[in-house]
Structure formats: structure tokens, C-alpha cells
Design a protein around this ligand. Structure first.
Ligand SMILES: Nc1ncnc2c1ncn2[C@@H]1O[C@H](Cn2cc(CNC(=O)c3cc([N+](=O)[O-])cc(O)c3O)nn2)[C@@H](O)[C@H]1O
Ligand SMILES: [Mg+2]
Length: 216
């Protein structure tokens, strides 16, 4: 009866049926259960998600930016760990996926904690300071089109949205891979970069995330 829907809609319907509303951890595990048992989806998943959690806890960010919301899985993992008063901005260019993510945040009871902007990262990043009155981001989670990782990182630098100590965490640097981005953050004197190997979400394939601290 869900034929003709999109994968994010099928994930959302499963969450609305099976996860306790207002319980973000049950929403996260419901998404992982569905995507490991029913159909694969490109959420960061629980193994790489645990690395994301650790980086959020270690950074204790006040201003967080996410590139590529999709179903909102990683948005929820981050939002769950933020201190009161922190702000989480997530950018999603597909309005249909954005709507699914907003419903996902509502089910988790975190829709007031997340600011979702619909549009492409390259169009939105230059507007963030004016639009949101945010000077710098303490943490950026990068999980959108792999060819956009590097140009968007350079755009964040050019727009003055990074400060010494800002942390970039990039998903999929091994699979599907973001070779130009990796080369940049690993060779630029402006970044201190570290690789965390982990399996690709829900599969036995090798992937990894790259944590890069901007040095100013
Ligand atoms: N420049 C952009 N600005 C805003 N949103 C964007 C942009 N590019 C893609 N998106 C959005 O990201 C979401 C998710 N997304 C991510 C990707 C790229 N990610 C992958 O292709 C991917 C692929 C695999 N994989 O193939 O195994 C595993 C992963 O973890 C991945 O993130 N494509 N869409 C989608 O909703 C899309 O609208
Ligand atoms: Mg990813």
C-alpha cells in the first residue's frame, strides 16, 4: 500500500508506526532497523553515527551546520546531544525530502531544536550570516553530494563561517569517496585532519569519516 511512495516516505511511515513519539532514540533505532532489514538508505547509520556522537560530545558545539538532511537521521543524532541554546542548521535541496525530515523531527519531538533551510548548499551558505545572524560554525557535518564537499568547504572559508577550532566531519570519504576533498584537508596547512575507519551503513563495505579541525 506504500507503492508509488519514495524511500524516505516509507522510512517515515515505518517510524510513525513503530517508534515512540517524542523519543528520539527510538526514532533513530527504528530508522536503523528499517534500513538494515527492509531497504537500504544512505543514513550515516549506527557505526559511523557513534563516531558523529563522539565528535559532537567532544566539540560541545554552539552552532552546528549539516549539509544534506535527507531523512534527518544524522540531524536527530546531533540534536539529541546539543546543549540548550545551541543551534542546529541543516540544508536540504529537495523540498520533498525536507518535508519528510520535518515530519521525522516532529515525531522525535525535536522540530523546535532544528532549523531546516530548503535550497542547495552553494546557494544558501553565502546567505547564512545574514539570514540566521550566525557568525561562525563550531561543527559542520558534511554528507551531501560528494563532488560538493570541496567547493562547499572553500565557500565556508570564503564566507568567514569557520573559526580556529571549527570542526568539519565528512561522511563517506572512502565509499563512495570524496578524493579531492580528502586531498585538500589532508594537505592544507589550515587543517589538522584525522581519519576514522568504519563500515558503510548497514553493509559489510569499508567506509570512514574524516574529522578536520580548521586552524584559522
Ligand atoms: N548541494 C546540496 N545542497 C543541499 N542538499 C543536497 C545537496 N546535495 C545533495 N543534497 C541532499 O542530500 C541528501 C542526501 N544525499 C546525499 C547524497 C550524496 N550521498 C550519497 O550519495 C551517499 C551514498 C552512499 N552510498 O552510495 O553508499 C552512502 C552515503 O552515506 C551517502 O551519503 N545525495 N543525496 C538528499 O536529500 C539531497 O537532496
Ligand atoms: Mg553519507
Amino acid at each position: 500500500f506504500l507503492s508509488g511512495t519514495t524511500r524516505p516516505v516509507r522510512i517515515l511511515k515505518y517510524v510513525q508506526r513503530c517508534a515512540n513519539s517524542g523519543d528520539v532514540l527510538s526514532v533513530i533505532s527504528a530508522i536503523d532497523a528499517y534500513c538494515s532489514k527492509v531497504e537500504w538508505a544512505m543514513n550515516v547509520g549506527d557505526e559511523k553515527g557513534a563516531i558523529l556522537d563522539a565528535v559532537v560530545l567532544e566539540t560541545r558545539p554552539r552552532y552546528v551546520l549539516e549539509l544534506g538532511t535527507y531523512c534527518g537521521y544524522s540531524t536527530l543524532r546531533i540534536a539529541h546531544l546539543l546543549a540548550p541554546g545551541a543551534r542546529l542548521i541543516t540544508l536540504e535541496m529537495n523540498p520533498h525530502y525536507a518535508q519528510v525530515a520535518i515530519e521525522m523531527f516532529r515525531h522525535a519531538g525535536l522540530d523546535a531544536q532544528v532549523e531546516l533551510l530548503v535550497g542547495s548548499s552553494s546557494a544558501l551558505i553565502p546567505q547564512l550570516r545574514k539570514k540566521l545572524d550566525i557568525e561562525k560554525f563550531d561543527l559542520v557535518f558534511i554528507d551531501h553530494w560528494k563532488v560538493s564537499y570541496l567547493p562547499d568547504t572553500k565557500l565556508l572559508e570564503e564566507c568567514g563561517l569557520l573559526k580556529a577550532g571549527s570542526v568539519l566531519l565528512a561522511d563517506n570519504v572512502t565509499c563512495p569517496g570524496a578524493p579531492d576533498y580528502l586531498q585538500y584537508v589532508r594537505n592544507s596547512p589550515r587543517y589538522q585532519s584525522q581519519y576514522f575507519p568504519a563500515r558503510l551503513e548497514y553493509l559489510q563495505v569499508e567506509d570512514g569519516v574524516e574529522k578536520s579541525v580548521f586552524l584559522g
